[in-house]
Design a protein around this ligand. Structure first.
Ligand code: CDP
Ligand code: CDP
Length: 224
């Protein structure tokens, strides 16, 4: 029996992955790895460089000279790009609406997948994304696929934007989420997909704590 597990949490945009993954990691004193933040960081850098986001080689070249660090902070995680804290910058609409284009390229995915696997090499990790259970950590002891209706997911992001004081249009948000889900699900390499051995949790009508409890149950079953 392993005492430090690897836990993979996948699902579409705004299903609650990072919120729930962070809490589970805190409960277990595991490290939390937000792989979406890594794709966002590369996208942010590519936009700053005015790179052609369709050009895989250009992006791969940028990645080769890019350092990405995930630093635990009180209540979350800070993302450092080449030594600079870009935690807020990677969440702008510009980045959000371009990230799935960057994430489609095999060279980008190979590079980031290797980094993610090295972060998780010693176990004791909760990792969230789109392809964690299927590709990044195929041997994870606990795999969860979080779902929620697209209306509920758009509402959640909308509420988040209002709290942060960002302008937010619910209808537009829903369209953007649908578009991103489509790109993420239909790409050829490591698409958004439930792993065969993942447990699906529909969170549409669940509170965050209820989702966390369900995952903690799955963890307890594995270590029992
Ligand atoms: O938080 P949100 O659901 O908006 O997205 P995210 O987890 O920050 O991920 C942003 C984007 O990165 C996704 O829409 C995917 O295009 C890409 N991504 C991916 O391709 N593979 C992952 N393991 C994680 C994210
Ligand atoms: O990481 P992902 O994009 O899947 O979603 P998130 O950023 O963790 O969550 C989106 C929003 O939904 C956050 O504001 C959460 O507080 C909220 N929420 C949730 O995550 N889970 C629920 N069961 C209910 C609300």
């Amino acid at each position: 029996m392993k005492d430090k597990l690897s836990i993979a949490i996948d699902g579409p945009a705004a299903a609650g992955k990072s919120t729930v993954a962070k809490r589970v990691a805190e409960n277990l004193s595991y490290i939390y790895i937000d792989t979406g933040a890594m794709y966002r960081a590369v996208t942010y850098k590519a936009i700053l460089r005015q790179a052609n986001l369709e050009n895989e080689n250009e992006l791969s070249q940028i990645l080769a000279e890019t350092k990405i660090e995930l630093i635990p902070e009180k209540g979350g995680q800070a993302i450092y790009l080449d030594g600079k804290n870009v935690t807020n910058e990677i969440r702008t609409p510009d980045v959000t609406n371009s990230v799935s284009i960057v994430a489609r390229h095999p060279l980008v995915r190979n590079d980031l997948t290797k980094r993610q696997q090295s972060f998780a090499a010693n176990g004791g990790v909760v990792m969230d994304g789109r392809d964690i259970g299927t590709h990044v950590l195929p041997h994870a002891e606990v795999k969860v696929f979080l779902l929620a209706s697209v209306e509920e997911r758009a509402k959640r992001r909308h509420a988040e934007n209002l709290i942060k004081g960002y302008p937010s249009d619910l209808k537009k948000l829903q369209e953007e989420i649908e578009q991103r889900d489509k790109l993420d699900s239909e790409r050829e390499i490591a698409p958004l997909k439930k792993a065969e051995d993942a447990i699906e949790i529909d969170t549409t009508a669940l509170e965050i704590e209820q989702v966390v409890e369900k995952i903690m149950e799955l963890v307890k079953e594995r270590v029992r």
